[in-house]
Design a protein around this ligand. Structure first.
Ligand code: AP5
Length: 245
């Protein structure tokens, strides 16, 4: 049975707004469900999703200096430079809505970015902008390779609200039109077949060491992302609640 992304909202999982969550890092290859699950976490805990991919795409659309530097790199499926991405994340995390916590979707993605995040969290503790040193809850979504290809090739998103759909598993109620905004759904520029390979390769080469680092430091939670969206969300919520209990 196909499930609309909006069914999750009408399921109305109770919202949790009392906890300080700190940083939640979602790792996983392209198409693993990071964006989908980030939106679920955001709805439940009312903390913002900080998606480096979304911010970069927004900059490309607006034609900013950052967007112009990132556009061709993203179109090839490669990673944007660490300096540009870290500065972009630094500015975003200074926003007041990140005070109780935030979901890092697609960051850190290289060893240098993971080191930068550690230093950033140390700094917040030393300059007393936080009372305690925040340790990220790191969750990696594992999904079978063929399933990833299916998910990426079937993905559609709303250009207005960013809601994510899939022609195979999470269709809009009306064909190719956002359930909420009524906008015509679009396919991402980097979801083309020739770009998917380089994106998966970049993950394997540059982001696997990041997961290894969190594993060695005892912070990595691995979740089987090859299940129904609700099942994956339920496990993620359990991990978050165990941490902040
Ligand atoms: P980014 O936007 O981060 O893309 P990505 O990591 O490739 O991840 P995706 O957005 O493709 O997948 P997802 O895991 O979010 O899956 P989704 O929930 O959409 O990065 C894009 C580019 O920006 C990079 O290539 C790079 O150039 C640049 N960039 C970004 N961050 C950077 C950084 N830190 N450093 C340097 N460069 C950076 O789900 C996929 C599909 O599957 C959807 O259609 C969804 O409906 C469906 N789906 C989800 N879950 C399920 C499920 N459980 N069952 C069935 N279908 C499902």
């Amino acid at each position: 049975m196909t499930q609309s992304p909006n069914d999750s909202i009408s399921n109305s999982m109770a919202q949790e707004t009392s906890r300080n969550l700190g940083p939640i890092v979602l790792l996983g290859p392209p198409g693993a469900g990071k964006g989908t699950q980030s939106k679920r976490i955001m709805e439940r805990y009312l903390v913002p999703q900080v998606s480096t991919g979304d911010i970069l795409r927004q900059n490309v659309i607006q034609g900013t200096e950052l967007g112009m530097a990132a556009k061709a790199v993203m179109a090839r499926g490669e990673l944007v430079s660490d300096d540009l991405v870290c500065e972009m994340v630094r500015l975003r995390l200074k926003e007041p809505d990140c005070k109780r916590g935030y979901i890092l979707d697609g960051f850190p993605r290289t060893a240098a970015q993971a080191g930068w995040l550690d230093a950033f969290l140390d700094d917040q503790f030393f300059d007393k902008s936080r009372a305690t040193r925040a340790w990220p809850i790191v969750i990696r979504l594992d999904v079978d390779y063929n399933q990833l290809l299916l998910r990426i090739s079937g993905r559609r998103s709303c250009p207005t609200c960013g809601r994510i759909y899939n022609v195979h598993s999470q269709r809009a109620h009306v064909n190719e039109v956002c359930d909420v905004e009524g906008s015509k759904l679009i396919t991402r520029n980097d979801d083309r077949l020739e770009v998917i390979g380089p994106r998966l390769a970049a993950y394997q080469e540059l982001t696997t060491p990041v997961a290894d680092y969190y594993q060695r430091t005892g912070r990595l939670h691995t979740v089987n992302g090859d299940r129904a969206v609700d099942e994956v969300s339920a496990e993620i919520f359990r991990i978050i609640e165990d941490h902040s209990a």
